[in-house]
Design a protein around this ligand. Structure first.
Ligand code: NAP
Length: 302
């Protein structure tokens, strides 16, 4: 079967694109490599999505999926390994499991977690090193843990963990934080969170499980060992668009370059959400992109 549209990625951008395409009566395949929902499923609370002032990320993702399920969305699992443009201008989308044909493609691949890249980290991922406080915080109940980063994710993670853990160290490489002031104020009023600023992690130590972090103060060069059962890395995100780099233009950081109608450099391929080159990556901008990409693709289909 040749679909009108294949959407790669079932985060908020991809699910919104699917919503618009299905409502327009287009045949559509939604491909997702992991669990649907994208990054928001890691947020215990989403407080900045208009009309839903107090909802968990997982609930919001579930509602988005239910909305497209009711329209008959076809969701398949698979990591897209490449896309070929056929002589007729249509596309063959290859995953690690199968291949699918479509007349248009919307890339909504989101972003992956940036890692710290320090000694000991790789071997301890899933053994005390985590990227999701909401998912894994429970495993560290009443223990001492650390969070690394100074953005909204790091501060939200520290707040989530402060309710579960005996003590939380928030380690940040500068003394200024990117996180919103509203979150910083909550953090400062949380007794069991200690801020370690101007500090970097230089090594993670542990025999089969994380036992400690080696820290260095970047101002004084002083080092210390911090004994924690878990470390949550929240140091930003990286795009994962390498599989499409032969077909669509990427910026030097690996984000997909689009015009304001979410068209990529390849006719028939559109992109939406955090995987695109842009200044603001938020839930609201992802869903907005999903709308624009779907409507542009529908126009292209004619
Ligand atoms: P982010 O805003 O990019 O922050 C990443 C943090 O990690 C920064 O503080 C950065 O330090 C630090 N960092 C980066 N590389 C590092 C390294 N190698 N070693 C040590 N520290 C490093 O990432 P984010 O917090 O995940 O947020 C991503 C986007 O999602 C943002 O636009 C954010 O506003 C949004 N978001 C929104 C919410 C919400 O509820 N509104 C929640 C989560 C995320 P520097 O500051 O020194 O660069």
């Amino acid at each position: 079967m040749k679909y009108d549209m294949i959407v790669v990625g079932a985060g908020p951008a991809g699910m919104t694109a699917a919503l618009y395409a299905l409502r327009a009566g287009k045949s559509l395949l939604l491909i997702e490599g992991q669990a649907y929902g994208g990054q928001i499923v890691q947020s215990q609370k989403v407080e900045n999505y208009p009309g839903a002032p107090d909802i968990s990320g997982w609930e919001l993702a579930e509602q988005m999926m239910n909305q497209i399920r009711a329209l008959g969305v076809k969701l398949v699992a698979g990591n897209v390994t490449g896309i070929e443009k056929n002589a007729d201008g249509d596309f063959l989308v290859k995953t690690d499991a199968d291949s699918y044909e479509a007349r248009t493609v919307i890339l909504a691949t989101g972003v992956g977690h940036r890692k710290l890249g320090v000694a000991g980290e790789e071997a301890l991922i899933g053994r005390g090193v985590s990227f999701c406080a909401t998912c894994d915080g429970m495993f560290f109940r009443r223990r001492e843990v650390a969070v690394v980063g100074g953005g909204n994710t790091a501060v939200q993670d520290a707040l989530v963990l402060s309710e579960l853990c005996a003590k939380v160290y928030l380690i940040h490489r500068r003394d200024g934080f990117r996180a919103e002031e509203r979150l910083m104020e909550r953090l400062r009023n949380t007794e069991n969170v200690t801020l370690l600023t101007n500090t970097v992690v230089s090594e993670m130590k542990g025999d089969g499980r994380l036992e400690s972090l080696l820290l260095r103060n970047v101002k004084t060069d002083a080092t210390r060992e911090l004994f924690v059962a878990g470390v949550f890395e929240a140091v930003g995100n990286l795009p994962r668009n390498a599989a499409f780099s032969d077909l669509v233009a990427l910026d030097p950081d690996g984000y997909i370059v689009t015009d304001r109608d979410c068209r990529t450099s390849c006719e028939g391929i559109f992109a939406a959400g955090d995987c695109c080159q842009k200044a603001v990556r938020q839930l609201t901008t992802a869903t907005a992109d999903g709308t624009v990409a779907a409507l542009s693709a529908i126009e292209y289909l004619g």
